[in-house]
Design a protein around this ligand. Structure first.
Ligand code: AMP
Ligand code: ZN
Length: 482
């Protein structure tokens, strides 16, 4: 039985999906106005672990993720500048180009981290009709109201507003009044925008569509309700997001979805803690971020970064430093070498029957592993189980080829959750790298020496295309088979 910490109840709960072996999972995606950074990497690797764990236990997953390419203002509230227009200005591109460029950048970064692509990726701008329809329903139900500047959701018409996450409307009203610009026509400070009109401060808003309330664009929250319900139904199993989404975005998603359908929106709410730098959230707006390219450029394997993420539980904050990443890279290398050891033994010995001792050892490990991963996706514990397993295999002397083959298969099965590509570990080492790869590595060294990072990146990509990776160590470049 998988146990998940549900923000809605504040405790770990047994996971019981709506359909026996099918799970619907919705993940709030990126606002694509700037580069995806390794803080995003942590969050989406976290979702990837959830998905892979469910798959490991035999569930089939419909994993839906949105791309926010319109409607998200710089504060998570309804005040501030539009993020897309801010990004367009900063990067000298049109809003549409910005959206496309950073969406591609986001998914390329996630690919490098071996994050499985969601089964459905949906863009807010491609689901305007669904969002307008949902706002219409809310108007018909009398929980939304039209004003000259926007259509608002009326929180007083949804008595359970904020309750799921333990917030009292009264508390929010006072807090909000202090800090946030409230629209002139808002009835209650906590009311939020469903549809912005192209008037006033948004008179020249570049992205806009027609609607029954005039030209405009959707508020940020409505896209997630409209698209999740379109692809997963009015009630689905798991909804995830960063912890910053709890207090505004998810509360608003719940209010508008449940007010529209009268049904529970999502059963399990899973929230990921931040990756920080000097204990401050790594973020696009603060500019204190590194991208996956930065990591690669400094000679780290993106999978070492993934390994670094796994060192903390997803509900614990994790602080990023280059030293910590170096440590993770060393740990990842040790892991690969231990796997390489088994591979070597498996290939060298002649095959026969697997021994009872090896089978028992696999079974025990399997149980320990299952305990770790099913306990709210406890990755630090799971990695510890794997290390212990590999170290004990290395200490054994009397194992047969069949034993090593079975032990190896178990490693690969466990890695289906970790996603560290341990099945790519090969026996070939750098001395066996072909001459043309060695030439590329040499050229890359020269480019790095001249600080020509574009060229060194290009050469790295070429090396990867040839099936090798290069890692920069104090003794010089180390080449591995990937
Ligand atoms: P955004 O594009 O800012 O809306 O972020 C997309 C998702 O990434 C949200 O769920 C955020 O909570 C999450 N996120 C952003 N920055 C970080 C970070 N430093 N650590 C972990 N998650 C983050
Ligand atoms: Zn969302």
């Amino acid at each position: 039985m998988i146990r998940i910490f549900n923000t809605a109840s504040g405790k770990k709960e047994d996971f019981r999906p709506i359909h026996e072996k099918k799970v619907g999972m919705y993940t709030c995606g990126m606002t694509v106005y700037d580069y995806a950074h390794i803080g995003h990497g942590r969050k989406y690797v976290g979702d990837d672990i959830v998905r892979r764990t469910l798959q490991y236990f035999g569930y089939s997953i419909n994993h839906v993720q949105n791309v926010t390419d319109v409607g998200h203002l710089v504060s998570d509230e309804d005040s501030g500048q539009d993020k897309m227009e801010k990004g367009a200005l900063k990067h000298g591109k049109s809003v549409w180009e910005v959206a496309e460029y950073f969406t591609d950048h986001f998914y390329a970064s996630m690919d490098a981290l071996n994050v499985l692509r969601p089964t459905i990726i949906c863009k807010a701008t491609e689901h305007i009709t669904e969002q307008v329809d949902l706002v219409k329903t809310l108007m018909e139900k009398g929980v939304a109201y039209d004003t000259p500047e926007a259509v608002y959701f009326d929180v007083t018409k949804f008595p359970d507003y904020g309750k799921l996450f333990g917030q009292k409307l009264e508390d929010k009203k006072t807090a909000v009044r202090e800090e946030v610009h409230t629209g002139e026509y808002k009835k209650n400070p906590r009311d939020f925008v469903l549809w912005f009109k192209r008037v006033g401060r948004f008179e020249n808003h570049i992205m806009y569509w027609q609607s029954p309330w005039g030209d405009g664009f959707p508020g940020w929250h409505i896209e997630c309700s409209a698209m999740s319900m379109k692809y997963l139904g009015e009630t689905f199993d798991i909804h995830t997001g960063g912890i910053d989404h709890i207090s505004i975005h998810h509360i608003n998603e719940i209010a508008q979805s449940e007010a529209a359908t009268g049904k529970t929106f999502a059963h399990y709410w899973l929230h990921h803690a931040f990756l920080t730098v000097d204990s401050t959230k790594m973020s696009k707006s603060l500019g204190n971020y590194f991208t996956v390219e930065d990591v690669i450029q400094k000679g780290y394997d993106p999978l070492a970064l993934r390994f670094f993420y796994l060192s903390a539980h997803y509900r614990q904050q994790l602080n990023f430093t280059w030293e910590a990443l170096s440590g993770a890279q060393a740990g990842y290398k040790t892991l690969c070498n231990l796997v390489r050891y088994i591979l070597d033994k498996k290939n060298a010995a002649s095959s026969d029957e697997i021994s009872q001792a090896a089978q028992d050892f696999i079974d025990t490990t399997h149980l320990q592993w299952t305990d770790a991963v099913s306990d709210d996706f406890n990755m630090p514990q799971a990695v510890a189980v794997l290390f212990e397993y590999l170290k004990r295999i290395k200490d054994e002397v009397e194992l047969s080829g069949a034993d090593y083959a079975a032990l190896y298969d178990e490693v690969i099965a466990l890695d289906s959750i970790l996603g560290l590509k341990l099945d790519h570990v090969k026996l070939v080492d750098e001395v066996n790298a072909p001459q043309h790869v060695l030439t590329l590595v040499k050229e890359r060294e020269e480019a790095r020496h001249e600080k020509n990072w574009n060229e060194s990146d290009r050469l790295r990509e070429e090396i990867i295309r040839q099936g090798f990776s290069v890692e920069d160590t104090s003794e010089g470049p180390v080449i591995r088979v990937v």
